[in-house]
Design a binder for this molecule. Sequence first.
Ligand SMILES: *Cc1c(COP(=O)(O)O)cnc(C)c1O
Length: 324
Amino acid sequence: MPLLPHESPVSLGEGLTPMIESPALAAEIGVARLWVKDEGQNPTASFKARGMSAAMTRARGAGVPGVVVPTAGNAGAALAAYGAAAGLPVQVFAPRTTPRPILDTIEAMGATLVRIDGHIGDAGKLALAFAAEHGFFNVSTLREPYRVEGMKSMGFELAEQLGWRLPDVVVYPTGGGEGTIGIWKAINEMIAAGWLPAGSAQPRYVVAQAEGCAPIARAFAAGHEKAEPWINPLTYAAGLRVPSPLGDRLLLKVLRETKGVASAACESDIAHWTKRLATATGIDAAPEGGCALSVLRDSVIQGTISTHAEVVVFNTGSGASYRS
Ligand SMILES: *Cc1c(COP(=O)(O)O)cnc(C)c1O
């Protein structure tokens, strides 16, 4: 983790989220065992807290005058909180269509919020220009190196919570790719450091996307090495509305190397599986988590994921963020 010996991290108690096993969902989906890692229990209600803790630790250490981010929502809420914790001014560019509770959180934490017409790609251009003009540090997904380092804690916890072994399959609802890449990087580092039993190998990664914005799933199906921008991205699962993920090449490489799967769910299946995730477990499921479950279900039906598999599904956010 990017922490110098004399430093303490900018932290709000992120991480160590529960990993809850659901025999009921395992039976319904048709896999051997299934756990849900509930990232909605992080500060500001998503896994983005992990990345922003690491990023703000380094930003504060570097003495930057302020921080700026383009966001589909949760990264902005997390940056607003961790920026406040670090004592840094925060500027956020977010689509007007972002769920209201998320926009309210950004403003409640004292950040300057600019609501834009368009998607996160449009917000990204504004953030770049703002950073150049004001000297603010741009913490856009995978554009700076530290957020993904913070994401590694999901990979460490995955192994720790299973008793220092790995699952067969990790299902992640993927937008920009930072969460998925962080887990993969952590597991590579654990294997290299000898923290895991001899012979441990990367799990298979399932990248779950929405049919209305599925650049990685499309590129994967076509066997491409990079993704083309998705025109007119549209999905209720705001965290997945990322038309040009910067991590596309690395994600596609990880998928090839781990015999992974990238696939998309339609909006009605996302809604159905969000509800099932909540009602079968009591976890406050986000639509992104429902999307992950839906894609897993399809993959089992199609035979790309084995019925003998032990699977961890990430519920990356909270249903509460969508209730206004
Ligand atoms: C950001 C986000 C995602 C996508 O994560 P990436 O790291 O950008 O792939 C998924 N779900 C939620 C709730 C998010 O906030």
